[in-house]
Structure formats: structure tokens, C-alpha cells
Design a protein around this ligand. Structure first.
Ligand SMILES: [Zn+2]
Length: 76
């Protein structure tokens, strides 16, 4: 059995195992925004932070990035 588990962990790329989701509905926002962004943590952070700045008028700060990171959920 352990052989099978090891095999699966080798053939399954890590980026497929741990996709993150940023759901704009869970973020404090003045807009009624239903956008959901899914991908690796870094991808989601980059896109969601840019979205928060461009669409929601947030300031581009390291704090914003951390705030976005704290709202990320694991993909079900
Ligand atoms: Zn949004």
C-alpha cells in the first residue's frame, strides 16, 4: 500500500494538490463582487492583490498582501 501512496505523490504535481481560492465575497468590500480566483498560493496572491488595488481601490502595501493571504481557502 505504501508503494501506491509514494507513486501517487510522485505523479501528482504539488500545484494540483494544494490549490488556493480567494473568494472576493469573503473580503471586506464596497462593491458587490463575486469574483473567485483559484491557483497556487503565489498565483492567487498576485492576482487577488492586483484585483483589490485596481477594482476595489485598496492601497498597494505589504499589509494588503498579508490581508489577502489570510482570506485564502483550500480548494475543496
Ligand atoms: Zn473583487
Amino acid at each position: 500500500m505504501w508503494r501506491i501512496l509514494i507513486f501517487i505523490s510522485i505523479v501528482t504535481p504539488s500545484y494540483m494538490a494544494t490549490r488556493k481560492i480567494a473568494d472576493c465575497r469573503t473580503m471586506p468590500s464596497t462593491k458587490n463582487c463575486s469574483l473567485t480566483i483559484a491557483g497556487t498560493e503565489e498565483e492567487v496572491l498576485t492576482v487577488a492583490t492586483r484585483h483589490a488595488i485596481e477594482e476595489h481601490g485598496h492601497k498597494d502595501t505589504p499589509e494588503l498582501r498579508e490581508e489577502v493571504r489570510s482570506t485564502l481557502q483550500d480548494e475543496k
